[in-house]
Design a protein around this ligand. Structure first.
Ligand SMILES: [Fe+2]
Length: 257
């Protein structure tokens, strides 16, 4: 269960200049909607939002984010990919912040279908480059995560906190009432992780490539957009499992049976 004092967010990392914050639980998760997580990084008083979510979450995420930072100090919004649960709030966010949107170039012409979007505020990561620099000099690294599951997809590694935001990778679908913020016991959580990855992730070729680059970063936590935040031994246990997983087109005969 998500603890009562965690519903309105929890600071996952903090030093004098830099914070990484989980923005709380979606109350609808209790009614069978997949739990979604939003995150906010604050560095030198300026903010970056990670996958702030769809339209139905907007009011709650605004309320929780505002407890930590004024909305006009949010400079950037990262979308791991184009799914509506990640990005359908884009027009609302552009309206209440002056932030630029960082997303795979593959989706620049698709996201405006979620509302009126000023294209001059859209930044294609492929053209921008693989690092975003915060005011303190700390770096947010955009890691290729294409085909996991989206064709144009990125994870984001916050070097200073050692936290990897993995988007849909690592997603867990907990039963109603069993939601948890942290995943400490990977084996116990696996039944809620495996079905999604076996069907949505493209193939072992891609999962193993992603795992290889993530291992080099040695993340302290892996924060997914659905489900929980991997910590302790669960981080390496998850990477070991994902690197060997057969999924997607590896199992195409069973999908087309
Ligand atoms: Fe997705």
């Amino acid at each position: 269960m998500i603890a009562a004092d965690e519903v309105n967010g929890k600071i996952l990392y903090q030093d004098t200049d830099h914070m990484f914050i989980w923005l709380g639980a979606d109350p609808e998760s209790a009614s069978g909607v997949v739990q979604t997580n939003q995150y906010l990084i604050i560095d030198k008083g300026r903010g970056v939002l990670l996958d702030p979510g769809g339209i139905h979450l907007f009011a709650r995420v605004v309320a929780v984010a505002s407890r930590y930072i004024a909305l006009d100090k949010i400079d950037a919004i990262f979308f791991s990919h184009q799914d509506p649960n990640v990005s359908s709030g884009i027009a609302l966010w552009l309206g209440v912040t002056s932030a630029k949107i960082y997303v795979s170039s593959l989706w620049l012409r698709f996201l405006p279908h979620f509302g009126i979007v000023d294209q001059s505020r859209m930044v294609g990561i492929e053209e921008f480059g693989n690092t975003f620099k915060f005011g303190s000099g700390a770096l947010l690294r955009f890691l290729p995560a294409h085909f996991l599951h989206s064709t144009g997809n990125y994870s984001a590694f916050d070097e200073r906190s050692g936290i990897l935001f993995s988007g849909d990778i690592g997603a867990a679908v907990f039963p109603a009432g069993k939601e948890q913020l942290f995943i400490d016991d990977f084996t116990a959580a696996l039944p809620f992780i495996e079905p999604f990855h076996k069907r949505y992730m493209a193939s072992n070729k891609v999962t193993s490539l992603w795992v290889r680059q993530v291992r080099e970063l040695k993340p302290r936590l892996i924060a997914a957009q659905h489900g929980g935040v991997y910590r302790g031994d669960a981080v390496s246990a998850f990477l070991d499992w994902l690197g060997k997983l057969t999924c997607g087109i590896d199992t195409i005969e069973s999908i087309y049976k």
